[in-house]
Design a protein around this ligand. Structure first.
Ligand SMILES: [Zn+2]
Length: 143
């Protein structure tokens, strides 16, 4: 259903700001998309009038509820599982003490002073390796 917009040949019955009575007003000018100028038939005062008195919804559409960013699998649990799975293959004797300026390749075993035994699972960047520790994955600096 479309609401007919007022045009200059129309009249509107509205409360006049001049004589303060509900009067017939002739539309005398179109001001913009939504507003027209109307003139009171009684006192000839001119006022602006909304030509499409569409009731705008006061309530804004509720923003989509942000679902809590919860991944299906707890990454920590997955890392723990990975650790349990890989741990038997880790030979502590082959682990090298972790040093920030050390160079590590994928699957290298290292021994971190704080996190303990770790397995390089990914070279994450030119100077970063992702290491799986018992406590989870960590990004470590390397050479
Ligand atoms: Zn009037």
């Amino acid at each position: 259903m479309s609401i007919k917009k007022l045009s200059t040949s129309d009249t509107v019955k509205t409360r006049c700001s001049g004589c303060e009575e509900v009067q017939d007003h002739a539309v005398i000018a179109i001001l913009d998309e939504e507003t027209v100028q109307i003139q009171c038939s009684a006192c000839e005062c001119v006022q602006e009038y909304e030509r499409t008195p569409v009731k705008r919804p006061l309530v804004k559409p509720a923003p989509a509820k942000k679902a809590p960013a919860r991944s299906k699998a707890d990454p920590k649990a997955a890392e723990k599982k990975e650790w349990v799975l890989l741990r038997p293959n880790m030979n502590v004797a082959h682990a090298v003490a972790y040093q920030m300026d050390g160079s590590y390749s994928n699957k290298a075993l290292l021994l971190h002073s704080a996190f303990g035994l770790g397995l390089v699972t990914r070279v994450a960047g030119p100077h970063k390796v992702e290491v799986l520790f018992e406590s989870g994955k960590k990004l470590l600096r390397c050479h």
